[in-house]
Design a protein around this ligand. Structure first.
Ligand SMILES: *Cc1c(COP(=O)(O)O)cnc(C)c1O
Length: 403
């Protein structure tokens, strides 16, 4: 029996009808710029910020053009610029070191553990090398945030959270993005809400958020925001902060508001799919599943497993066998960066030191998206395809090492 999967790993769900109707209203009146309002009208962008702040429990929220822009703005608002160093994950995606490079700073990479979270021992040894940690909750894996915050607070290191993969997720009941000075989110098509492009920035620090709002290109219109610090906070900041335009527009905000209302239900749908795959792959010889601690309220918009210490040719064989049956897996250990599978040593604009313990993990990480267009049966089928590819290849490895 050779089952073939025919679904598409990059196909998201259509935009919900409520979003389409809200978008049509904006298109019909034509006031797409967030500060272009008629009379007493409240801009969609301002409403989005107000709602996302309430949803996450943050004091302040700023909607921006992308997740990458949210991160550069957070770094700038924390005073990071040319010549500074910033701690960040060795296991993340290109926009993260890119944000650090964009402000003229240099990343210092921190290793990854078998559970695909930042290595807190490695972090501890590097805390004296920077005053900011740009923490990427890569692929939705959340480290022990209580411990991390204790360590960073004690060392005087400011934490900025990259929540591109943790919108809707929690640690010990606290939303991801609420631990650091800023939480940064992406609203582009492959994340948890979809406006094509877009980003959100949340935080409780009035001065830092006032700087972020000025940076985003608010001219002197910050009083039109509804999740911003009071006007007094801007008194000096408005003169001192350059405008680096990266606002969100009302069309995207209109598309996003109904999706944020749906987010909790969507998160459950992702996790139901994750559990099916996890159940299907449990107890597969040669395969390691990351442990998900009980405190982690994750949102599984993607799925990872490890083929730890496998020879590269054997990993490639698993990928080939899966692809032949319609299952596209991504491999972080590939020799060349392809698609989004880049890793710290592929960002050659920023020098890195060898990290053998992390290299061992990265060489074994296999990754796939879990779009909500997949049914429960799709997930079960994908699980069977992967399990069979791994079992066959594992058998071959063991046969050849026994002869
Ligand atoms: C997508 C992504 C971002 C940034 O998102 P953009 O909106 O594309 O700029 C940041 N961090 C991670 C880990 C991402 O995957």
């Amino acid at each position: 029996m050779t089952e073939i999967f025919t679904g598409d790993f990059t196909q998201q769900e259509p935009i919900p009808q409520a979003s389409i109707e809200a978008a049509m209203a904006v298109l019909n009146h034509g006031r797409l710029h967030r500060y272009n309002t008629a009379g007493e009208e409240i801009a969609e962008t301002a409403l989005l910020e107000e709602e996302f702040a309430a949803q996450t429990g943050a004091q302040f929220c700023l909607a921006v053009a992308s997740g990458g822009y949210a991160m550069t703005t957070a770094l700038r608002a924390c005073g990071i610029g040319h010549g500074d160093t910033v701690l960040t994950n060795a296991f993340t995606l290109a926009p993260v070191p890119g944000a650090i490079a964009a402000v003229g700073a240099t990343p210092i990479y921190v290793g990854v553990t078998e559970n695909l979270v930042i290595d807190l021992d490695d972090l501890k040894s590097k805390l004296d090398q920077a005053r900011v940690l740009l923490l990427s909750h890569m692929r939705g894996h959340i480290c022990d945030m209580d411990l991390l915050m204790d360590m960073c607070n004690a060392a005087g290191v400011t934490v900025i959270e990259d929540c591109a993969h943790t919108m809707g997720a929690t640690w010990n009941g606290t939303p991801s993005g609420r631990f650091g000075k800023f939480g940064c989110y992406s609203c582009q098509t492959y994340k948890h809400v979809n406006s094509g492009e877009g980003g959100l920035l949340i935080g409780d620090d009035p001065e830092a958020m006032a700087r972020a709002i000025m940076l985003s290109g608010s001219y002197m219109l910050f009083e039109r925001h509804r999740a911003a610090p009071p006007p007094e906070t801007f008194a000096q900041i408005k003169y001192e902060t350059p405008n680096i335009s990266g606002r969100m527009d009302n069309l995207r905000a209109a598309i996003l508001r109904p999706q944020l209302a749906d987010l909790p239900a969507q998160c459950e749908r992702w996790n139901a799919r994750y559990r099916i795959l996890e159940d299907g792959l449990r107890d597969t010889a040669g395969l390691t599943l990351p442990h998900r601690p009980q405190q982690e309220g994750f949102v599984a918009s993607s799925f990872q497993f490890l083929l730890l210490d496998w020879p590269a040719e054997a990993v490639q064989k698993v990928l080939d066998r899966c692809r032949a049956r319609g299952v596209e897996l991504k491999w972080f250990g590939g020799a060349e960066p392809s698609g989004f599978t880049s890793r710290y040593d592929s960002w050659r604009y920023a020098a890195s030191h060898p990290m053998p313990a992390s290299d061992r993990i990265l060489a074994g990480i296999i990754d796939m998206r879990l779009p909500l267009t997949f049914s429960a049966e799709d997930c079960a089928l994908i699980g069977r395809v992967i399990k069979s590819a791994i079992s066959t290849t594992w058998q071959e490895i063991n046969d050849s090492s026994n002869t």
